[in-house]
Ligand binder design. Structure first.
Ligand code: SF4
Length: 283
């Protein structure tokens, strides 16, 4: 079976930086803690847990004296305060692109803007950005254009985006908010990694004469889910798997196919992509 890899697939810069930091830390200490999963990929989490990663539900669950690594999504300021009070050692691996969104939200809320965050209010990244604003009553989260249209009038609005939003949506929400205030400050804090992987998936199915795409990524990974939607919307057959073992359960999917595209979400490690690609090539 022939395989064609999407131009951008697998770990983005911020996730790779955090995973590398966990591995580095585990060469110096037997245990490293994160609050929440460091990555939406069960196979990579299992690999890191075997090396000594411990995942806590919250700062309260981390034992005193532990070493804690802040994952790429970041954390609210008060979590840093609670960790400091516990006397744990903290290594902040918040992705620099997420940090920029946190800093903008913090600075603009200090300047008395009404801060509107475009994103998913349940996503840890948005919770972290929210936790950097200085006036909790003067900030709100909108998921889309419809929710943006519910924002009431304010003198000055600052619009800050979750890093994984689409630019078209940010532009539309900015247009809606612009008539609700006398001054609108728009921060384009969207990271290119997500868009690059989506563009690469589109390019893979449009320009490579393939019979289907094997998409590799955690089933809980939202960015992998978006890649699946994009590929399916191009009318191409997509098989979403987490690892090479799932190929055996999907033998019939490969029947009649000769050329397979391979795409992977920003949370899929390279070693997993290699394993799946090799297994497909041997079919
Ligand atoms: S998707 Fe972008 S912002 Fe998010 S962790 Fe990766 S590089 Fe950072």
């Amino acid at each position: 079976m022939k395989t064609v890899m999407a131009e951008h697939a697998g770990f983005c810069f911020g996730v790779k930086r955090a995973v590398d930091a966990i591995e580095r830390a585990l060469t110096k200490t037997p245990e490293v803690w994160t609050i929440g999963l460091p990555i939406h990929n069960p196979q990579e989490v299992a690999r890191l847990e075997a090396l000594g990663l411990r995942v806590a539900e919250s700062a309260e669950d981390i034992p005193g004296g532990a070493r804690v690594l802040i994952r790429a999504h970041g954390e609210p300021l008060e979590v840093f305060g609670r960790l400091k009070a516990k006397g744990v050692e903290v290594e902040d691996m918040t992705c620099p692109f997420v940090k920029k969104a946190q800093d903008m939200a913090e600075e603009l809320s200090r300047q008395n803007y009404h801060v509107v965050l475009l994103g998913d209010k349940n996503h840890p990244e948005i919770k972290g950005i929210l936790g950097h604003t200085v006036k909790p009553g003067d900030v709100e989260v909108v998921a889309d254009e419809q929710e943006a249209s519910q924002v009431t009038r304010h003198g000055r609005i600052a619009l800050v985006s979750q890093t994984t939003q689409r630019e078209e949506r940010l532009a539309k929400v900015a247009g809606i908010l612009s008539v609700k205030c006398s001054e609108l400050h728009v921060c384009n804090t969207i990271c290119k990694a997500t868009a690059e992987r989506q563009e690469a998936a589109r390019d893979l199915v449009r320009n490579n004469d393939i019979d289907g795409v094997v998409l590799i990524g955690g089933k809980q990974s939202a960015n992998t889910g978006k890649l699946r939607d994009i590929i399916a919307s191009e009318g191409v057959n997509v098989l979403w798997i987490e690892d090479e073992k799932e190929l055996a359960d999907n033998q019939e999917w490969f029947t009649g196919k000769n050329r397979i595209g391979i795409a992977a979400g920003a949370s899929t490690p390279g070693w997993l992509i290699d394993k799946v690609t090799k297994a497909i090539a041997h079919k």
